[in-house]
Design a protein. Structure first.
Lengths: 384, 388, 316
């Protein structure tokens, strides 16, 4: 079955890569990670030989700060990695993932801000574990009664949940203070060698590095989980829930696990975001963002961590990059106003030509190839 | 293993791009420095929503700014100022990279915006750290000027100047006994309603609606049932127009009073002339001066005959403050900031005298609040609301 | 909590809730039809509705009605409504069909996984909403009052207007018509066949692609009718007007049992009424919130909605 996957891939290169000694592959991986850490540094581009703050580097966002965009992209990547556990591994369609992210952010804001109505004023670091816990517990509370619902019903329930969180937050009299929001959230702790705080206002790089580190940690965790008994149980549940149940897999328990882990990752992301942003209000957690995270996961390739990373990066980065694309191409064209339109078109085209995602999951791609071969005489309506 | 393959492929692709574009740019990087003196090619930034739900407000502010800059460039063709747009979508979450970009671009010497209070909260500290002067045409949350930012200025009166005035108008001029208040839960709307309620003491009833709501049947039922003769609406023109239209459709005969978020030609467009008739709109601005006459016609000429929306005039005036500074040779952020701090002149579009307090607040003595009335499809000045 | 407000205005809140619910129901039919046949949440359907509101509005403009024109006499009124209905219906149906042809059919041909459809649907929704947003400068548009609201009679002290009667009447007629069409006609039998078992239906000679196109046409038509009624009632549109209505309609479809035509009607009306009661009882800020609470609680007890899924009448 797996043999069909390799079709259309640079098999020669792949074979060579596989033949390389383990050390070389590890070194390449390390180099990529280092590159990711270097990416927001201006001296890196100057070292490579081009001036910065201009349109010279094709991938540089010219209309918004590159480090800031990288941070936001990293937020999206981490969310996509977390959602991938829910949608990709366990096969649960979650349309309200941003709700957990909002919970994490609001928990930090309420516990730390001097202007919160709770009045606790904890330091940022102390609030982060609580935020993760709150998100995780609410994942269990939401998942407990609803995870028995079939796919698309779960989608609307999760969507409703995220909207409820936002609508509650939007109430001006509520604890979340509506659109007026909660200002004065402290930054993460730490100071540099010069005594200045490490996490400041203007420079987004430390936050990016923090988030990048968290992403790497979460990926290691999620990968190990996916390759463990839990991961196999998820796959079994996703492929055929009834069969899995018959074979003695407690599907509900594992589904709840996936849901809780996804929620915890979102809560963590929200906590970091709140620490950078210092101000959050109900405008920042709109439903469209939930849908965008899901789009990121699917665009990248469901069930594949790499896919989630690529999808998350594209979904956030592409519209930001498009702001300045006119200058890049040297034409008088302000793309900023059209960027969401272009993004929509790109998504459609991409899905048509690569329906299984940019970096498909191996197992899913195999199924996909199988189904394609089956469907020779008549088109087949995809029914699952 | 395939995963690692992809990583390497990605790495190779990135470095290939890096080096190819490096090669491409080296060729023309030499031309960048020559020619321009420091004072030309400066940029004024506009920071606000140009896409997304709030774009209807933001586009007019951008247009006001653009008009001022275009006019300046026509007179100073040899040394132009450019407009740089930072489209925040009205979402504070999207604001930081844009603010950092504005700060990082040394050519940007002044900012019109941020348009909303939320993005000002996020952008303020960033602008402050870099000394980039910002004058908001529309963010009216009173707490914004208490944060100790040196660069932040407000080109309009805040909620505490307009709200009480609206309350006094309802109490003293309309002499309405039964007043219903509704807000849209936005920071702007709730702020206004809170101030109005303080002046009125007690209200017949109050309710909240949601931004983007279109069906107001529940609140309409309540207002009609309460027998209120006046309604104060804290919010923006779209919801105001729809609410009023549905109220009048249900047979309500009272008067609606609303703030400057409704003082927009689009309000009449949404509600319809007959429905909007008699609505009182307050505004912390003075009525049309002789000078304002050209603003409206210029605006219409420049933007396909569009009526200048709320805050377009304020944005225009603010942009002119910067342009005047640049013309006077204040071409660095610090100089321009000092220029703004010392500024004391009436804007041509709004008629407001722009003089800022140390906190960045518009000098309260300069803030006059006028009541306007919708009359035959036009917003016409009614009276200046006396200070308490 | 304000029980006086709720009880005092109970009849009025019920009537206005039904009126809003009827529009939810008409839009919900589009979600339900497509879901019943394709098992696909057509996220672009909200924009199908939005296109309908704009095209009907433009038709009226072309007929010479502007914001401030007086309400026309009966003859021209019927003409204007009919013209608006035809144009909105055609435009909405055309939009729905375009979405199917551009965004869904190529994926079906490649036998793409179900999640891929979700994403192209979202992409199509972005493209439609953004192109209208750019084309209309993202401004709100008020419309002429073609049909002034008049109280016809009162029920328990609540006024019932001509517009409310029109909306409820048209919705019922469309609903019954659609129900009869799907259950009685030959084409309707095709729809049910494909909904039940696409492969067997294909073997039996049903042209599946034609059935799917038909489903999109029907859903688009319903959205067009809803758009016209919306225009008459709210006299307003904006490029993002579809989003909230689409969300509510989708919720209504699920509430009634997605894939079930009668369920869409029931879900829509129920959602409209409950939202209004909540606004009366707790205040307007709880309106949408309560709608979602209702949805979640109901799904816990009836996991396939009030009436269950039944377009094919054979699904569990």
């Amino acid at each position: 079955m797996t043999a069909t996957v390799d079709k259309g891939r640079p098999a020669g290169f792949k074979a060579r890569w596989a033949a390389m000694p383990k050390q070389v592959r590890w070194a390449a991986l390390a180099a990529l990670i280092v590159l990711l850490y270097i990416l927001p540094n201006k001296w890196f581009y100057e070292y490579l030989g081009f001036p910065i703050g201009s349109e010279y580097f094709a991938l540089y966002t010219t209309r918004s700060d590159f480090a800031g965009v990288l941070f936001d992209t990293a937020v999206f990547v981490l969310l996509a990695v977390g959602l991938n556990v829910v949608v990709g591994f366990a096969g649960l369609l979650d349309l309200g993932y941003f709700g957990f992210y909002a919970l994490g952010a609001y928990t930090v804001a309420l516990l730390t801000s001097p202007e919160s109505r709770l009045g606790t004023e904890w330091p940022w670091l102390a609030a982060v574990p609580i935020a993760v816990m709150v998100a995780m517990i609410s994942g269990v509370i939401l998942g407990g009664p609803t995870l028995r619902l079939r796919g698309d019903y779960l989608a609307i329930v999760t969507l409703g949940f995220a909207e409820m969180i936002r609508l509650y937050a939007a109430r001006s009299e509520g604890i979340a203070q509506g659109q007026r929001g909660i200002p004065g959230i402290p930054h993460p702790p730490g100071s540099g060698s010069d005594g200045k705080p490490l996490f400041g206002v203007v420079d987004a790089r430390p936050y990016y590095w923090l988030l990048l580190t968290l992403i790497l940690l979460v990926i290691v965790l999620v990968r190990n989980l996916a390759n463990s008994r839990v991961g196999r149980a998820w796959v079994a549940t996703r492929e055929d829930e009834d069969a899995a149940e018959v074979m003695g897999v407690p599907t509900f328990k594992y589904k709840l696990w996936a849901f809780a882990i996804g929620a915890a990752v979102a809560g963590l992301t929200g906590a970091v975001f709140a620490g950078k942003q210092t101000f959050i209000n109900s405008d920042q957690f709109v439903l469209e963002s939930s849908i965008l995270v899901l789009a990121a996961v699917i665009l990248g390739g469901v069930g594949n961590i790499k896919g989630a990373i690529v999808g998350g990066a594209i979904t956030w980065y592409l519209p930001e990059w498009l702001r300045g694309v006119g200058e890049l191409l040297g034409v008088e064209f302000d793309a900023a106003e059209y960027r969401i339109l272009i993004f929509g078109l790109v998504v459609i085209v991409m899905m048509i030509f690569r329906p299984q995602g940019i970096v498909p999951n191996r197992r899913r791609a195999a199924e996909f190839a199988d189904r394609r071969q089956e469907a020779v005489p008549q088109e087949k309506v995809s029914s699952e | 293993m395939r995963q690692k393959l992809a990583r390497v492929l990605g790495g190779v692709a990135i470095s290939a791009l890096v080096f190819s574009s490096a090669a491409a740019c080296k060729a023309d990087s030499g031309t960048e420095e020559g020619g321009n003196s420091a004072a030309c090619g400066l940029k004024i930034g506009f920071f606000g929503p140009l896409t997304g739900d709030a774009a209807g407000l933001g586009i007019h502010m951008r247009n006001g700014t653009k008009l001022a800059i275009d006019q300046y460039n026509k007179d100073n063709a040899d040394c132009k100022v450019n407009l740089e747009q930072y489209d925040s979508q009205g979402d504070p979450a999207k604001a930081p990279p844009l603010a950092q970009q504005a700060v990082g671009d040394a050519k940007v010497v002044g900012l019109v915006g941020p348009a909303f209070s939320g993005e000002s909260e996020v952008g303020g500290p960033i602008f402050d750290a870099a000394g980039l002067p910002a004058i908001t045409p529309s963010a009216t949350n009173p707490t914004l000027t208490t944060k100790g930012w040196k660069v932040f200025h407000r080109g309009v009166g805040n909620d505490t100047s307009q709200g009480p005035a609206a309350g006094r108008y309802i109490k003293n001029v309309l002499k309405a006994e039964k007043v219903y208040v509704v807000d849209d839960q936005s920071a702007y709307g709730t702020g206004l309603v809170a101030e109005v309620k303080k002046v009125l003491g007690s209200v017949t009833g109050e309710d909240k609606v949601q931004v983007k709501q279109t069906n107001f049947s529940a609140v309409v039922t309540k207002i009609v049932g309460s027998g209120a003769t006046a309604l104060f609406f804290g919010g923006y023109y779209t919801e105001a127009g729809l609410l009023l239209k549905q109220l009048k459709g249900a047979g309500w005969k009272g008067t609606m009073v609303a703030g400057d978020g409704v003082n927009d030609a689009l309000f009449i467009k949404v509600a319809g002339q007959a429905v909007a008739e008699g609505t009182i709109l307050t505004c912390p601005c003075a009525p049309a001066t002789a000078a304002k006459g050209t603003f409206v016609t210029d605006y219409k000429a420049a933007f396909e005959n569009a009526e200048p929306g709320t805050y377009a005039d304020v944005s225009y005036d603010i942009a002119k403050i910067y342009l005047e500074g640049i013309k006077a040779g204040k071409t660095t952020r610090a100089d321009l900031l000092a220029f703004v701090k010392a500024y004391n002149k009436a804007g041509t579009a709004t008629g407001v005298t722009y003089k800022f307090e140390a906190s960045g607040e518009l000098d309260p003595a300069q803030v006059v609040v006028w009541a306007f009335k919708v009359n035959a499809g036009k917003v016409v000045p009614d009276i200046e609301i006396p200070k308490a | 909590m304000n029980f006086d407000e709720l009880l005092g205005n109970f009849p009025a809140l019920t009537i206005t809730g039904l009126e809003q619910g009827a529009i939810y129901a008409l839009v919900a039919l589009g979600y339900t039809l497509v879901y019943g046949v394709l098992r696909l949440i057509n996220f672009a359907h909200s924009e199908v509705f939005m296109v309908g509101t704009f095209t009907a509005f433009w038709t009226w403009e072309a007929l010479g009605y502007d914001q401030n024109s007086a309400a026309p006499a009966l003859g021209p009124l019927i003409l204007a409504l009919a013209a608006g209905l035809i144009v909105a219906g055609v435009a909405s149906a055309a939009t729905a069909v375009t979405v199917e042809l551009v965004a869904y059919r190529p994926l079906r041909r490649r036998n793409a996984p179900p999640l891929a459809f979700l994403i192209t649907a979202i992409g199509a929704s972005f493209v439609l909403a953004e192109s209208f947003g750019i084309g209309t400068s993202r401004a709100p548009f008020g419309m002429p009052t073609l049909l002034p609201s008049e109280t016809l009679f009162t029920v328990f002290g609540a006024a019932v207007t001509n517009i409310q009667l029109l909306i409820l009447g048209v919705t019922l007629v469309m609903m019954v018509g659609l129900d009869q069409f799907v259950n009685r006609s030959r084409l309707g039998r095709g729809i049910r066949a494909v909904a039940q078992d696409p492969d067997t239906a294909a073997l039996m000679g049903v042209n599946k692609n034609r059935v799917i196109l038909l489903v999109f046409v029907l859903g688009g038509l319903m959205a067009g009718v809803a758009a016209l009624l919306w225009n008459v009632r709210y006299e307003f549109t904006k490029f993002n007007v579809g989003f909230l209505i689409g969300l509510k309609a989708f919720a209504a479809a699920v509430l009634g049992g997605i894939g079930n035509l009668r369920g869409a009607l029931l879900g829509g009306l129920l959602l409209g009424v409950v939202e209004n009661y909540a606004a009366g009882l707790f205040g307007g800020e709880w309106k949408d919130f309560t709608g979602f609470v209702l949805l979640i609680v109901l799904l816990m007890f009836r996991p396939t909605g009030l009436l269950g899924e039944s377009l094919g009448r054979a699904r569990a």
